[in-house]
Ligand binder design. Sequence first.
Ligand code: ADP
Length: 679
Amino acid sequence: MNKQGNGWLPPVRSRMMGVIVALGLLVPQTVTSYEIWRQYETTCRLAERNVNILVDLLAGEIHHDLNAVDQVIDQTTLDISTHAERPAAEMRRFMRERSLGVPAIFGLMVVDAQGNALASLHGFSPRHQSFADRIRADAQASGRPFHIGAPLPDPFDGTLVVPFARFRHTAQGEIDGLTIASMSVQYFRDRFLQIKSLPHITLTLAHVDGTILAQTPENDGTSLATLPEFQPHAADSGLVFDDSSAGSSRMVAYRTLRPFALRLTVSVDFDELLGPWRSNALRLVLADLVITLLLILALRQWWRGWQREAARLQSQKDEELSLSMARFALSNSADMVVFSDEMGVITYANQSAHDILGYDPEGLVGLHVADIDPAFHPSQWPAKTDELRQAGTFRFEAELRGKHGDVIPAEVAVSLFHWNGRDFACAIIRDMAERKQAEAMLAERTRRLEASNTELEQFAYVASHDLREPLRMVNAFVGLLERRYGDQLDAEGRDYVTFARDGAQRMDRLILDLLEYSRVGAESRPLGVIDLTHSAEAARHDLSMAAAESGALLEMPVQWPMVWGDQGELTRLLVNLIGNALKYRHPDRTPKIRLAVETGDGIATIRVEDNGIGISPQYFDRIFRIFQRLHGRERYEGTGIGLAICKKIVERHGGRIWLASVPDQGTTFFFTLRLATAH
Ligand code: ADP
């Protein structure tokens, strides 16, 4: 399985899948963003178009109204000039008729050059007088022939009105008087309300200097002079986006009513205009989030499903692989494998079973187990199956019957195999014919070897024993010869006799050593638990004379372990090794012999260390062989059998003997024995 990827896709494809899924998740976001942007554009475009239409519409109507008022003022001015002598009541009727056609007119009055009232639509009172005085002063201050003043309460009933005034002049061009008309602020507001089609919209009629005449929603009286559309350099008409005032921004369409020096503005609060767009955008974002979330959930489900499916496929593959391997192992197994059902009928047998039992392929299927193992009877089968169910596994040796009646010794392991509510017995059978044959051959060979060994040992024993007899005779007669004819022999003859006696004596020692060698283990005393302390002490005692003579220092462990062994043989072993350490001491130094013992893993390792002449490593093997010596008799006494006996004793005890040595420095012999505590 590729751990770098997601388990079944290679890493590159896995990364690509990730990118595709991420892109897929981006689709709703892209669509939503586009839609939000589109709605914003539409909202702005629509608002722009609407304010333009609105301002044009309103400008037309207001312009029309103002023209009408201007005409009434003109005509009234004309009337007063031509009918000045008429009584006031008639003048008032005149004025009423004039203003009747112009509903925009709220008040109308005419004053002379000094400000005295000549005629008035609503009578004349001191309040009218001061109203007229104020307008006259304002008109003179403004210097414009057609003066439009800031809103102020009408003297008639206090209604807030916008005053309009035009000076009358004499033929010489001097001011003859003033005709004042007024329009209620509410009139303009009503006009505004009639056409106001957009919410969050502010309609304003103001002087070009920013003085507000009327505004819907109602103004707070502040001047608009600071706004961009009222700047002196502003064009006559236009569309302004203004975000100069903190916290809000506006879209303003304005028109200038040129002859009246008035400016009409339609302003939309952008933030409020965008309110519906905003809540719509919020809804879209929420919907998008929900869709994305659902998409993620769906993707996660799908991804998990896919992973599960991939894992299932993988485990199916693994199962197929192990099944194929099991099949391969079954058909190539050297052991026979046989399955049988609840009744003991063989349902499967592998190739080895067919080959070994001599059946054609599939020839075993359908037979009863009793056909290949006559020890079973079909009637026993159900009971045997019950036993197997309880025991789990049976192991036994059987003698199978081949197709042609041949007997095949076998080792059988039967286990119960449950499958699909059924119980099958699975037998794994090992053909033991070859092993049995080999075992029999080995046993025969061992028997023969033991017999020949015993024979050899007996021969060595008898031979050495019997050889001593004629040797004793040779010795006796050489002694007789020496005693009786010694005087008659010359020096050479006496030497010959001495050589003959020495030779006979040496031969006797050799035979004695050989006898001893052949005796090791010959008594066949069984090994027992012995305390090595006794053997060590006995060896020390045997060698005490020799040790004292050489002035040797012998060091032994305080504590010896209990081992499996033969007391006498182990004493002999230690005597030989310590004796050699004394014998092969260094001529220039006091012999130091140190015995030590280590235990571990059920084994005692004993070491005998000396500071003697040492042995060259090339002789390490040779010295254990019988009659092998490294020195001549004239230097060191001996026959060369001591270490051969040591080896024989150690090996009879199931141990090992070896050495380490540095010539001229010393030798250490090691041997192992089995610890008695280990049993
Ligand atoms: P022998 O001592 O009778 O010659 P062994 O079988 O005991 O026979 O020893 C064989 C030979 O091994 C000896 O001739 C001697 O050369 C050598 N050898 C044995 N033990 C020692 C020892 N401790 N130090 C040096 N040489 C040894």
